[in-house]
Design a protein around this ligand. Structure first.
Ligand code: ADP
Ligand code: MG
Length: 504
């Protein structure tokens, strides 16, 4: 147990360690911090030092019951509020998140090991942006009028679904949570979020902040382990929609749970996103594009990471060398240091998994793995979960490193000669989340974009998910879409048809 009583600051706090302690050991239900019914907690660890920075409440079915019952009670009144008013409250949430941006950035850097300058601040800014966008869409929850027959007025109206159960991962927990919570709320639902066990504190702070604006019970937060806390949330009778971001394996379990109750489910799962580079590309811009696409600053912990890079043979070697030189110049170190580009892997479990892939690549005969950047020298970081970024070449397309999601700073580069062959290789995994093409030949680029099996294809850029653009994968990468107006209308509401026969 913590020696310090729970007391969170009212104003933005830049003392991330004190804030982590103050948030410790609590869920947030019905507008209040509460301990787990069982009284149990588990440690939250700073992956850059191995230090325990706080505790999380260990939720189970009893906590789920309390949170869902409360969310259900709150939903009735929330849904009655005019939708523009709900939007206005969500816009106020955005303003508050903006005020707390630096606080949230520091706390997420402490909790996840993501570098403050290159990643954590960007994420904190995106969260406020997502709330701002959805807050402005409260007036857009429109149905249609349908020409059915003379003297019959036929219209559709959109209604909220009820309580939404949201299960989130640790890699960009604030942003991925925002993509679920903001549209769900504006649509008139209430939400119970189950945070990831590796990153429960920053999202808990967000929940606390937003509860200053929202009526109690609209937004609740539970921490805990997957099967023990996430499982009962998915199965709860009053949860009318499940939205999940995480692994394919757990996605299948969630989909089965939702199928038992016959409620809609949205799944954002893994990826093995190809980047295809033609010799006529803008070379320097594309090398930088490869660095950002691979999300090296996030230690490659991204479902859209360009973890397979296909480069047309005439520029292949030069491209690999230029990429390696760029990654070499990146600074790995203390996530909270402004000089740091690259932070740490999230957990021991992920660390072992990523190392396993690297060792396998290095042991593959004929393959080359180039370690880039340098391990930090600071003794305070010696227990930190740092992994040097790796660029692999000369691996077979069937290799596990090429087919499976590594979720670490490991990319594989291939030379290619033929556009049709590279398209077949790019499409040749179970995943279909994102892809990028780099060429000045837009006829070729658009033709391939149309034939790539992916939910998001970008030419000559590779941005992360944007609030107003529909996002979501095909094949094993998921089901349904997030972000954009459409995701709010189609995935957090249902349509009712009302017909009036006014024939005299
Ligand atoms: P990762 O491999 O990155 O941990 P997971 O898919 O395991 O990704 O986890 C994503 C989220 O799903 C986390 O919040 C986790 O606790 C939750 N989760 C894991 N297993 C289950 C489960 N059986 N039921 C519900 N939620 C789960
Ligand atoms: Mg897991």
């Amino acid at each position: 147990m913590l020696d310090q009583p729970h007391r969170t600051p009212a104003e933005p706090s830049l003392d991330e360690k004190a804030l982590a302690k103050a948030l410790s050991g609590q869920h947030f239900i019905a507008g209040r911090f509460v301990a787990a019914r069982s009284g149990k907690t588990f440690d939250v660890v700073n992956p850059a030092t191995g230090e325990v920075i706080g505790q999380a409440a260990e939720g189970d079915a009893a906590d789920v019951e309390a949170a869902v019952q409360d969310a259900d009670r709150a939903q009735k009144d929330w849904a009655k509020m005019p939708s523009r008013k709900r939007g206005a409250l969500v816009s106020q949430c955005a303003a508050l998140l903006n005020q707390h941006k630096e606080e949230l950035a520091r706390l997420i850097a402490l909790e996840t090991g993501k570098a403050l300058r290159t990643e954590s601040r960007v994420e904190a800014g995106a969260v406020a942006d997502i709330f701002e966008m959805y807050g402005g869409l409260g007036g857009e929850l429109k149905g249609e009028s349908v020409p059915f027959a003379p003297n019959v007025l036929s219209v559709t109206v959109r209604e909220p679904l009820g309580v939404v159960g949201a299960i989130i991962p640790w890699n960009v927990p604030m942003l991925l949570m925002a993509l679920k919570v903001a549209p769900a709320l504006v649509a008139g639902n209430t939400v119970v979020v189950k945070s990831a066990e590796e990153a429960p504190l920053t999202v808990l702070r967000i929940c606390e902040l937003l509860n200053r604006v929202l009526p109690p019970g609209c937004f609740n937060m539970l921490s805990g382990f997957g099967p023990e806390c996430g499982g009962p949330l998915v199965q709860h009778k009053l949860v009318k929609k499940v939205t999940f971001t995480g692994s394919v394996e757990v996605g299948r379990i969630i989909a089965k749970g939702a199928a038992e109750k016959l409620v809609p489910v949205t799944l954002e799962l893994g990826g093995k996103s190809p980047m295809i580079v033609f010799a006529d590309c803008d070379f320097d811009k594309t090398v930088m594009g490869a660095i950002t696409s691979m999300r090296f600053t996030r230690q490659g912990q991204s479902c859209t990471a360009a973890s397979r890079i296909y480069v047309e043979r005439p520029i292949y070697q030069r491209f690999v060398d230029a990429m390696a030189a760029k990654v070499d110049a990146m600074v790995m170190g203390d996530p909270l240091d402004e000089k740091t580009d690259i932070g740490t892997i999230i957990s021991d479990e992920q660390f072992a998994k990523v190392k396993g892939f690297i060792d396998e690549g290095l042991a593959t005969s004929g393959a080359t793995g180039r370690a880039c950047s340098a391990m930090p020298e600071d003794p305070a970081l010696k227990k930190g979960l740092f992994i040097q970024p790796y660029i692999f070449t000369d691996l077979a397309n069937e290799s596990r490193l090429v087919q499976e999601e590594i979720f670490g700073p490991v990319t594989v580069v291939f030379p290619f000669d033929d556009a049709e062959k590279v398209l077949a290789d790019a499409n040749g995994t179970d995943y279909g989340l994102a892809a990028s093409l780099w060429t000045n030949n837009l006829t070729l680029g658009l033709d391939l974009a149309n034939r790539l099996e992916a939910g998001l294809v970008q030419i000559n850029q590779n941005l992360v998910v944007q609030a107003n653009l529909s996002y979501g994968g095909v094949k094993s990468s998921g089901l349904g879409k997030e972000a954009s107006l459409e995701s709010m209308l189609e995935h957090f509401m249902h349509k009712k048809t009302i017909m009036v026969n006014y024939a005299s």
